[in-house]
Each structure stands twice: as structure tokens, then as C-alpha cells.
Design a protein around this ligand. Structure first.
Ligand code: ATP
Ligand code: PRP
Ligand code: NIO
Length: 488
């Protein structure tokens, strides 16, 4: 088949300015200098108390495949006019850097690196766009899913969003992220095939319309399927939908597995309670009630507070489009760069907003677990040469309001960043998606409930070590001096 679009590589999935900067570095001969960038966001999405890091698997694939194809080079030559020598450099380019990152599914907070890229400057620059693109979306959806799952609790929640997602990629990768965040199943069959996510589904109003009435439609479905969930709200939920479902379930008996019914409109608290009574009375106390229709964590919480008898939740649009916050603002900031003598020098980005000043240098991130409570005291960012675990007492203080502090003893300092690539070599063992979901659940168990509630959660501490803080202040002073000297 002749394809309209030959989407042969992801290397051009970058902003033009990255390639232009790479060209400047290359022409100036500094493209091979080592640079360290960190991926982090400043503000948690949805005013949540935590986020769930997702996207690492796709990033590893992107970096392993990192090469400009012949067609890419041709495009850069013919349409963008780059010169031959630079194009030759680009066509030989492979990712040779070191990447450290959190495990996928890790609980993550503002202002701490989820990923560190330590690579030749030009390479580190070119990969920024794709890395942020992947992490921002997948982390956002995994976090939204986690908020929803937190409200749903032990009941089942299914992902129904593909039809409303922002195109095909978002549906597929959003579904994967939703599973990481705790969703149990998806309606998207391709996501099931590709990622091994359990696939599940009922039927649409169209089928009832096609057969003109509930009873005939359910009967025809029962004749062709063993597992049956009947959608009961096409015409009249309580007068026609539920009675027809019960009638078919009785008629077919053991020939089908009558799982239950689905409600998709109306007052779902009222209808679910009424339907429950009808199902129980008819001898189907185990039949489940599935609900869908513009659900999110808020509606689900409301429905539960009204005593709705809903066992399974189907959530689409508001999850997959991150309806109430359409983007996560993760950024990619340079923290260190090699100088002309081969020494690494810290770099900092200053802002008039204290929260926006970056934290320079080569750092580690630790989760400080209190060994007595087995709960997390906060995250602790230290310089790489610090030995955090061997300290008897750890002073943790707020990175902006430094007078807010506490001393922690009897702790385990868990290093959150793991080697993914070392000098271009892929050294990480990718976990399965089920393992990632399990890991995320375990990570959440270290958080006190105060950080997990969906409304006004406590602010989780992400603190700097004294050394890291001193280094930041020193860098700020140096930059100020430098700027002053230039203006004199
Ligand atoms: N008891 C309830 N309490 C709070 N929210 C509810 C309750 N029942 C339903 N909802 C929510 O209220 C909204 C109702 O949507 P809307 O009025 O647009 O139409 P609908 O009843 O779903 O019907 P249709 O799909 O035919 O337009 C949905 O988001 C639904 O999840
Ligand atoms: O509301 P969401 O959270 O996005 O969940 C998915 C929605 O998609 C379907 O509706 P649609 O009107 O597209 O078709 P159908 O009801 O006829 O199946 C389904 O009935 C849900 O209402
Ligand atoms: O299986 C379902 O019930 C379903 C699937 C996609 C969207 N809405 C509902």
C-alpha cells in the first residue's frame, strides 16, 4: 500500500530551534561537551498532592532508535537548507548519553528531577522536545487516573476514552498511562493487544436502536455472547431497560453469564438504587451496575455520597483529555555543562519568582522513609557526592521558606533515580505494565492519607540538602556578579 505519510522516524519530532542550536554548537565545536539536563515540573496537576511518573518506556524506545533517516536528512537538506557537513554529522548521530530516571509509576512531586539526561550537548538538546512531549502527557493522564482510582477504591474502573482522545496516539498511550494510574481495564482493543491491558466492554445505544426495542436487542446479544452487560437507558431505564434485561437474563439462565446492566444517563444515584432493588428482587443480587457518562473523580464522589449502587465505573472524556487541566508543565533545564578544560560547571536559570529558580549541579533525589511508621517524611535532593543514608540525623527544610524545618532520624533514604542508559548503552530492565501498576500502588502506600485526598491535600516536602541549598545560593550570587560586571 502506498502511504500518504511516510512516518519513518521520530528524530524530526523536535522543535526546529533544537536543531538550530545543535548547529551552532557543532559549528563552534562544543557539540560534544557533556551537558546535564533535568526534567521536572513545578506545579502538581489538578491541585493533586502527588503525580505519577509515566512515559519512561516510550522514551527508552525513542532513544534507542535515535537516528536521522535518509528521508529526514533529505528533508533537512532540501526544505530547510542545512549544509552538507552538518547533515553528515546528523546522519551519523546516535544517542551516546547517560540517562537516569525514576521507575515508571513512581510517585513524583514538584521541583524534583524525574529524568536526568547527561549527554553531548547537541544530542541532549535535540531530544528535549520528544522527552517532554511523552512525559508531560503520560504523567498527566496517569495522575488523573490515580485521582479517579483513589475515589473509586476497590471497585472496578474502566477506561472508555478513545473516541474523545486527542487522536490515535493519545488514546493508546493515554490508556497505558491510565492503567499505570490504577485503572483496571480498557475498551480499546489495540491497547489490549499492544500492552496486555485487560479489555472489556458492553454495547452501545446503536444496537438497541438497530433492533428497535430493548428486549429484542438484549435477546440478540445474549444469543451471540456468553458475557452480557445490557445498556438499559436507551428509551426508559426503569420501565423498559431494566425489566427487559431481567427478562432476558431469566430466559437464558445458565446459557449466558449475566454480568449486569449499564446506566449512561439520568440521575444515576436514583436510577442505580431503583435498578438494584429490581435486580435483587428478580433474583440477581450479584448482577453488577455499570455507570458511565461524563464521569470524573468529582461526580463519582458525589454519586457515592448519595449512596448510588454502582459497582463498575466507565470513565472516558474527562480522563483521557485531562479535561480540567489539559497540560502538565514539565520542563527540561540545564543544570551543568562541561567547560573548555573538561570540568563540569554548574549552571542556573534565574527568575524573579523564587519558585522558578532552578537548582544547579549534579544531584540525587531520595525518598526519606521513616523506619518506624514506614511512611515517607518527604523527598530530599542532595548533591551527588553526599552520603545521605549514613547520616544519623537529617535536617529537612523548605527550599524557599527555610525556617520550616524538621529533623528526621531512623530513616531509609531511597534513591529514586536509576541508570537507564550509560554512555549510550541501554542498561535498564523494563518492567511489565502490570509490574509498573503494582509498583505505583506500592509507592503510594508510603504516603500519608493527607497527601492523597483529591481536595486540598497537604503539601508534600521536597527539600534540598544544606550543601545543595548553599550551592544554589552560591550560583545565584555568581550570576548576579557576572551580570553586574557586564553592565559596568
Ligand atoms: N445523582 C447525580 N449526582 C451528580 N451528578 C450526576 C448524578 N447523576 C448523573 N450525574 C452526572 O450529571 C451529568 C448529567 O449529564 P446531562 O444532563 O448532560 O445528561 P445525561 O443525563 O447523561 O443524558 P444524555 O446523555 O442523554 O444527555 C453527567 O456528568 C452525569 O455523570
Ligand atoms: O462519557 P465518557 O466518560 O466520555 O464515557 C464514554 C461515553 O462514550 C459513550 O457514549 P457515546 O454517546 O459516544 O455513545 P453511546 O452511548 O451511544 O455508546 C458511552 O456511552 C459513554 O457515555
Ligand atoms: O463498552 C462500553 O460500554 C463503552 C466503550 C466505549 C465507550 N463507552 C462505553
Amino acid at each position: 500500500m502506498v502511504r500518504l505519510y511516510n512516518d519513518d522516524s521520530l528524530n524530526l519530532h523536535t522543535d526546529l530551534y533544537q536543531i538550530n542550536m545543535a548547529k551552532t554548537y557543532w559549528q563552534d565545536g562544543i557539540h560534544e561537551r557533556k551537558a546535564v539536563f533535568e526534567v521536572f515540573f513545578r506545579k502538581l496537576p489538578f491541585d493533586n498532592g502527588y503525580a505519577i511518573f509515566a512515559g519512561l518506556e516510550r522514551i527508552t524506545e525513542y532513544l534507542r532508535d535515535f537516528r536521522f533517516s535518509k528521508e529526514d536528512i533529505q528533508y533537512l537538506r532540501n526544505e530547510l537548507g542545512y549544509e552538507e557537513e552538518f547533515l553528515q554529522y546528523l546522519s551519523d548521530l546516535r544517542f551516546t548519553g547517560t540517562v537516569r530516571a525514576m521507575h515508571e509509576g513512581e510517585i513524583v512531586f514538584g521541583n524534583e528531577p524525574m529524568i536526568q539526561v547527561e549527554a553531548p550537548l547537541a544530542q541532549a538538546q535535540i531530544v528535549e522536545t520528544a522527552l517532554l512531549n511523552i512525559v508531560n502527557f503520560q504523567t498527566l493522564i496517569a495522575t488523573k487516573a490515580s485521582r479517579i482510582k483513589h475515589v473509586v477504591g476497590d471497585e472496578t474502573v474502566m477506561e472508555f476514552g478513545s473516541r474523545r482522545a486527542h487522536e490515535l496516539d493519545a488514546a493508546i498511550w493515554g490508556t497505558r498511562a491510565a492503567f499505570i494510574g490504577g485503572f483496571d481495564a480498557t475498551s480499546n482493543v489495540r491497547a489490549g493487544k499492544r500492552f496486555g491491558i485487560p479489555v472489556s466492554g458492553t454495547h452501545a445505544h446503536a444496537m438497541v436502536q438497530a433492533y428497535r426495542d430493548d428486549y429484542t436487542a438484549f435477546k440478540k446479544y445474549a444469543e451471540s455472547h456468553r458475557d452480557c452487560v445490557f445498556l438499559v437507558d436507551t428509551y426508559d431505564t426503569l420501565k423498559s431497560g431494566v425489566p427487559s434485561a431481567i427478562k432476558v437474563a431469566k430466559e437464558f439462565g445458565n446459557k449466558i453469564n449475566f454480568i449486569g446492566i449499564r446506566l449512561d444517563s439520568g440521575d444515576m444515584a436514583f436510577l442505580s438504587k431503583a435498578a438494584r432493588k429490581m435486580l435483587d428482587k428478580a433474583g440477581f443480587p450479584n448482577a453488577k451496575i455499570v455507570a458511565s457518562s461524563d464521569l470524573d473523580e468529582y461526580t463519582i464522589l458525589h454519586l457515592k455520597s448519595q449512596g448510588a449502587k454502582i459497582d463498575v465505573w466507565g470513565v472516558g472524556t474527562k480522563l483521557i483529555t485531562a479535561y480540567d487541566q489539559p497540560a502538565l508543565g514539565a520542563v527540561y533545564k540545564m543544570v551543568s555543562i562541561e567547560d573548555e578544560n573538561g570540568n563540569m560547571q554548574d549552571t542556573i536559570k534565574i527568575s524573579s519568582n523564587a519558585h522558578k529558580v532552578t537548582t544547579p549541579g549534579l544531584k540525587n533525589v531520595y525518598r526519606i522513609i521513616n523506619m518506624e511508621t514506614n511512611k515517607s517524611e518527604g523527598d530530599y535532593i542532595a548533591m551527588r557526592d553526599e552520603d545521605v543514608q549514613s547520616q544519623k540525623e537529617l535536617k529537612m527544610f523548605h527550599p524557599v521558606h527555610t525556617y520550616i524545618s524538621k529533623v528526621v532520624t531512623h530513616f531509609e533514604a531511597r534513591n529514586l533515580l536509576h541508570d537507564i542508559f550509560v554512555n549510550g548503552e541501554f542498561v535498564y530492565k523494563l518492567p511489565s505494565l502490570h509490574e509498573i501498576q503494582g509498583y505505583s500502588r506500592e509507592s503510594l502506600a508510603f504516603l500519608w492519607e493527607e497527601y492523597k485526598r483529591s481536595l486540598n491535600p497537604h503539601e508534600y516536602p521536597v527539600d534540598l540538602s544544606q550543601k545543595c541549598w548553599d550551592n544554589k545560593i552560591k550560583n545565584i550570587e555568581e550570576v548576579k556578579q557576572h551580570v553586574k560586571s557586564l553592565s559596568e
